[in-house]
Design a protein around this ligand. Sequence first.
Ligand code: NAD
Length: 515
Amino acid sequence: MATLTDQFGIQEALAKLGIQEINEGTSTGSRSFANGKIIESYSPVDGTLIGKVKASTKEDYEAAMAKAEEAFKIWRLVPAPKRGEIVRQMGDELRKYKEPLGQLVSYEMGKSLQEGLGEVQEMIDICDFAVGLSRQLYGLTMHSERPMHRMYEQWHPIGIVGIISAFNFPVAVWSWNSMIAWVCGDVCIWKPSSKTPLCAVACQNIIKTVLERNNVPEGVSCLVVGNESGDLINNDKRIPLVSFTGSTRIGRHVSKTVAERFGNTILELGGNNAIIVSEHADINMVLVGAVFGAVGTAGQRCTTTRRLIIHESVYGKTVEVLKNAYGQLKIGNPLDSNNHVGPLIDKGSVQDYLNAIEKAKAEGGKIIVEGGVMEGEGYESGCYVKPCIIEAENHFHIVQEETFAPILYIMKYKTIQEAIDMQNNVPQGLSSSIFTNNMREMELFLSHAGSDCGIANVNIGTSGAEIGGAFGGEKETGGGRESGSDAWKAYMRRQTNTINYGTELPLAQGIRFDL
Ligand code: NAD
């Protein structure tokens, strides 16, 4: 194993999580196997090689799928509250491993330790939610138009759920999907991002003991690693539902491929989220919401604040406050709680960030807070960049795109309707927010004529959703919903049942068919 930044206890965390120098990328419950090429995982924090994972070959994938099919036949017959009890135990296991898993998330992905721990907390929360849900998979009962008939609907498990996840939430997205899918009676096959494979191996290791202890068939939780497995999942008719989290570009390909075979998708794609700063806003609240929203996770959240739409009367003041706050940001090792901004995931992302700044300037953007790549001691990985602010116009090509980095575009508005139109006038539709103490503005923003996003907040930034709500967005964000509320319905198939307990056979709509 390579040398690690041990002042932050990473070596110890890896040992606790069962991460080895070379890890098997394919596993079905307690059994690990893989024969593919080696994927190396480097930390963006200090450039260290953390560990290696063997990718899954087509044969490994087939072996995992065979286990999943076998497991589904058993798992679907386990009563839902009993499945919930197993998910409850997984939540307990995650509580035990919260610290080391949070550390690994921070070290492999680059988000702050606080956010890494927060991500694990979300996993624990979704377990709790799923346990309750396991006794609430309700179907409706309808009144039949025919005498002595009973009509109702029930929800059945859908089968094998494919989960393809992004690097920026390397563990939570899997749990949002899998914990809900499991209580619904489905089994899961997970393909994590090849940029954060160790987090996925750690999750499998953590839940392994629960599966073994309860004699759960091993194929309930399958892991496959490497891009080849992504396309195998897309094209696999045995997988009725693919939950995909990632970029709009790859999501479009997944969506088409799965639709071609009449499979279902939950698509959680890119965002281009704005905060409207009204003349009636509390500027101190805007400051926290906007700065955390724009620079938290180094701008690598799907819900990151990318645009600030500011009323012209408070524009100057807001810009001053922001410039001052950006001047105080500490950039550095995210495991050190003194720092506000950690690294981008890799040098490719650094290049995307630099290109976006150049494009914004070429389109007429004015730099308000200068960006740039950090150099020198502590920045050896080459992945640390300065959060920057650019005065821009909403129609700029670059403003219409999602750049996964801490670049905040700011712009002015005159009327609230103009601000809402600007907020909506992008291809994506994930998260949105308004800071105002004016009730009319607030209600207009939340009305049918208001925000067109899946998430619309008042006096809260665009990032940091809770698991209790259904999460997702419209337009090029893909339209999917996962996590809380009734998002579970996507993981089940609905069946309408009509029972005739009479002695006649009347047809619906009064149709006569006399024999
Ligand atoms: P990405 O699209 O590059 O990768 C996402 C996943 O797709 C990875 O696991 C990748 O290996 C896999 N993949 C690559 N090619 C594939 C193929 N042909 N078939 C199937 N899978 C394939 O995204 P990323 O860089 O990991 O993550 C950042 C993006 O994810 C951003 O656009 C962000 O907004 C989005 N995101 C969205 C949400 C949401 O809930 N809306 C949440 C997190 C991230």
